[in-house]
Design a protein around this ligand. Sequence first.
Ligand code: MIC
Ligand code: SF4
Length: 644
Amino acid sequence: MKLTLTEKIIQSHIVEGELKAGQSISIRIDRTLTQDSTGTMAYLQYEAISGEPVKTELSVAYIDHNMIQDGPENMDDHIYIQSIADKAGVIFSRPGNGICHRLNLERFSAPGKTLLGSDSHTPTCGAVGMLAIGAGGLDVAAAMAGFPYSITMPEVIGVRLTGKLENGASAKDVILKLLSILTVKGGVGKVVEYFGEGVKALSVSQRATIANMGAELGATASIFPADSRTQIFFAAQDRLGDFAMMAADEGCEYSQVVDICLSELKPLAACPHMPDVVVEVESIAGTKIDQVCVGSCTNSSFEDLSAVAAILKGKKIADSVSFTVSPGSRQVLEMLIQSGALSDLLAAGARLLECSCGPCIGMGQSPNSNGASLRTFNRNFKGRSGTADADVYLVSPETAAYSAIAGHIALAQEGIIDEIPEPTAYPINDNMFVKPAPSISKQPIKGPNIKPFPVAEPPGESLVAIAATKLGDNITTDDIMPSNAKLLPYRSNIEYLSDYCMQPVDPHFAQKAKQNPASAIIAGANYGQGSSREHAALAPLFLGVRIVAAKSFARIHKANLINNGILPLVLPDEGAYDSISDGDELEIHDIRKQIANEQVIVTNRTNGKKITALLEASDKERDILLAGGFINYIKANSQISQGS
Ligand code: MIC
Ligand code: SF4
């Protein structure tokens, strides 16, 4: 049988199930990554399920999100993560070293391996032929403890690339184009696999931009073949030992093929407030902007920032524009210094920020009231920037640079990116990585803000829950559990965070939920899209949420709900959605028996209507729900471990 590259990697890692799309499978995880905003919780959970060094071949803990340190909480978290990483045998990447996905690509990616990361943009490493998947912290903790990772065997979509980038278009425009075709829901349950002669025209950094934003499609992963261009990257990183050629079998079958001709692409922009609201830059040219931010795990490579520097060389940022640059890693920063590009950026008026996520997660640089911000990032959800009424546009580094000079959205011109050669040698300096000395007798250091996390209980015989909110489509985890400079320091304090749960979409939610004996959330399609943050399940759990009934779910969030013992019920049709109002009392009889079934009957005690909701879950997930969440399940099944 001819296999896609995705199927080949899954085949070599499968420990349970078959290569049949839609079936539940478990795979062995070779490597993991965590970052600090999900990491503190992931390591607390790791401590709850394992007292031993990690069982993976390589695990890395990055500090890149919570970097403002306005008060002791963030640094307390960094110290906790460093101490548990040391105890558990995890490499620690110190704050300031760079953004997890950029660093992991540079130093720890490897074709053919599996990577599980507690961040939704983990698929960035798919740029080198790695099967890299984002997950909730608890799933990553379990993978570190040696448990296989369970997912639904994805469908594999093929994206055939032809031609080469020209007309001022860049790698960002490839993925924006795909988002305009597939939308933010189009990738759910799928891996996006790139093939065709156009792939050769893209460097690893360009491929990484594309793979990175597969997360915005809702895809499980994105993957490129590992070819001679990949080999150049590994040689330049002095890591040829990790390289292997990897490609799909000639003649393999994809469930769907999307064609993109790189030569026909034009500069694109995602308009407020979703990454799939894509238009040609030309159509919004002239829109006044107040801020331009270059960076994030999507567009912070040396090639990206050199292109920006080349455009800005000898020019000046418009007086009305605040322009920031966040290099993806110290390696990128070092190269900008060596090449002189940093001087060009600074001379033009750039504000240089740390090598970190920074403005992308609202850690500083919130735009002005009603401001317009042009960003090279991946998410423009309303309010994510820290300014509720700001308009955020997502564009390529080239469009960002031309617009920064003009003071309004402006079209990138042809030819600049071609002047930026792909590096053949990167400066290697691993000083900011701390090697662990694992020992079970070491004691992790916990600051006072690090509080115990809530754990669900096994369901009883029946459940009565009040609908504490009713929401529309595409609710993001930024809506459910917002993150910004004020809230991120409390990622290890769920009680504190829970007061802000749903604040952007239903400011009274926490108050309502606290008054109910148990609560339900009612929502439209693609509930929980965006970040992998498990806090979007933990905070509702803390507030007594036992059911989320939605038209459909985003993959990672659905897994996080199940892991925390919250029932994710699919509303079968519009009528079912319409039949529940905010405040209705819902009842599920014989809940333990119903969890074992595909269908769950929910009685609306307020209006007497009954709906048959679907529980789309594997046998293992049903057992997890019956056990009262993954931690309880693991404790009850301690014999299950990697490879069994
Ligand atoms: C994001 O981009 O939203 C984040 C912050 O990186 C999240 C992780 C988190 O919420 O901590 C993600 O993408 O998973
Ligand atoms: Fe960091 Fe933004 Fe990337 Fe999330 S999307 S990992 S916040 S840079």
